[in-house]
Design a protein around this ligand. Structure first.
Ligand SMILES: [Zn+2]
Length: 137
């Protein structure tokens, strides 16, 4: 199993991050299942009411709720893809390196946000909150 641990990432940290990614992945899957169940519940109850979405205010609310839940599912799926991507990078050894500047991402950031692709400096610079050169504390 030599060469599997990414450069600059202590073996303990790699294992902890893999666990964190796996745990977050499971949580995300559970969230998708829960939201989908709620989504199905709304669809079922709207079938029972047999209204058309266009004219009934109740129907409009149901359509809105369904759209909200669909957005939540999309968001969770996107997060799931990010987590899978992070697991791939962990396997390939490119994990923990900033996508923008190529420098190692701080271990604390990776523990807090295991799917992070950029270091805190680049993340802050791209969000426009701080100038890129400024250190984050
Ligand atoms: Zn960076």
């Amino acid at each position: 199993m030599t060469g599997e641990v990414p450069e600059g990432l202590p073996p303990g940290a790699a294992a902890a991050i893999r666990d964190a990614l796996a745990a977050e992945r499971q949580q995300t899957l559970d969230r998708i299942t829960a939201v989908r169940r709620e989504f199905d519940g709304i669809v079922e109850s709207s079938v029972g009411v047999a209204t058309d979405d266009e004219h009934d205010p109740e129907g409009a609310t149901i359509a809105f709720e369904r759209a909200q839940l669909a957005a939540l599912i999309d968001q969770a799926r996107g997060h799931l893809a990010e987590l899978d991507d992070a697991l791939d990078r962990l396997r390939q050894g490119s994990y923990g390196r900033c996508e923008r500047c190529g420098r190692p991402v701080a271990a604390e950031r990776l523990v807090a946000r295991p799917a992070a692709r950029t270091c805190i400096t680049c993340a802050a610079a791209s969000s426009g909150r701080w100038p890129g050169w400024q250190r984050c504390r």
